[in-house]
Design a protein around this ligand. Structure first.
Ligand code: ATP
Length: 270
């Protein structure tokens, strides 16, 4: 059983079926990319997996906890980087990381060490004692990344990891995520950035209209529902790019908001 296990998950808002029978599993050592267009149900899924939303049906387990019935226990053990989160305007990064480290059960000495490690890693040492309200959007994002990892959780949920970061820091964060997962942890990345998914994920689940329409392994091993690469059960040619698969699968899924190339964040290949 994976460290993240989702079976038949359903979550609706009124008559909108945001998540509609989702099943997947993520193991240690993986960066699992949850790739889908706007409105596909990605943020809703993270909300359920981190005990912030109650599902209507299905079961979810994260590190052998049930976020539906023991949300505090789940949140204690995972890291969360929300899509539109920002650190409290009235605290400094040091105060905020003190607070998060304390809530996550770290000793004060450990919090101080981790704060220095993260400030150094992401380059916000000189801003540690500046109020967040006086930091740039990118600097605030760095603090949000630090708070997700400060307690070195075994599973981290990240919604659009590279938002607002300059290219140099994006590169550092991507490398860090790869090394973090390789250290026997699992990273769940929700994104609509196909290039990022292709670059760092070991496996990708393409989600549309609240369902996973296909999974693909990107680390050279056999992927998800894909069999051995020859005669894949999902009918996907193993030479197809992630972008091609995405467009093909998402279009055929009759999505709520039809995707088009200009809505996808992808850069021309150099
Ligand atoms: N609080 C809410 N009330 C009503 N509908 C909601 C609510 N939150 C999300 N939805 C709807 O549920 C569907 C899934 O939304 P969700 O935010 O999970 O998608 P997403 O894949 O994260 O999208 P994006 O990439 O744009 O962030 C959308 O149709 C959205 O409009």
């Amino acid at each position: 059983m994976g460290v993240i296990q989702v079976d038949g998950l359903v979550k609706s808002y009124g008559n909108v079926d945001a998540v509609d029978g989702l099943s997947f599993s993520v193991d240690r050592g993986e960066i699992y990319g949850f790739l889908g267009p706007n409105g596909a149900g990605k943020t809703t899924t993270i909300g359920v997996l981190t005990g912030q939303l109650r599902p209507d049906a299905g079961t979810v387990q994260v590190l052998e906890t049930d976020p539906t019935t023991e949300p505090i226990e789940t949140r204690h053990r995972v890291g969360i980087l929300p899509e539109q989160g920002s650190p409290p305007s009235f605290l400094t990064p040091r105060e905020f990381l003190d607070f998060v480290g304390d809530v996550r059960g770290l000793e004060p000495d450990r919090i101080a060490t981790q704060t220095d490690v993260w400030a150094d890693r992401l380059g916000f040492e000189s801003k540690l004692d500046t109020l967040h309200t006086d930091l740039s959007r990118g600097q605030q994002q760095k603090v949000m990344i630090a708070q997700a990892f400060v307690h070195e959780p075994d599973v981290v949920f990240i919604d659009e990891p590279l938002a607002n970061l300059d290219p140099l820091v994006q590169e550092q964060v991507k490398q860090f995520l790869v090394s973090y997962a390789a250290g026997d942890n699992a990273v769940f990345v929700s994104t609509h950035n196909i290039d990022v998914a292709e670059e760092i994920c070991t496996r990708v689940g393409i989600v549309a209209d609240g369902k996973i329409v296909t999974e693909r392994s990107l680390d050279g091993s056999n992927g998800g529902d894909g069999g051995d690469g020859e005669g894949r059960s999902d009918g996907i040619d193993s030479d197809e790019s992630l972008l091609e698969i995405f467009l093909e699968r998402v279009e055929s899924a009759d999505v709520r908001d039809a995707p088009s190339l200009d809505r996808l964040e992808t850069e021309p290949k150099r």
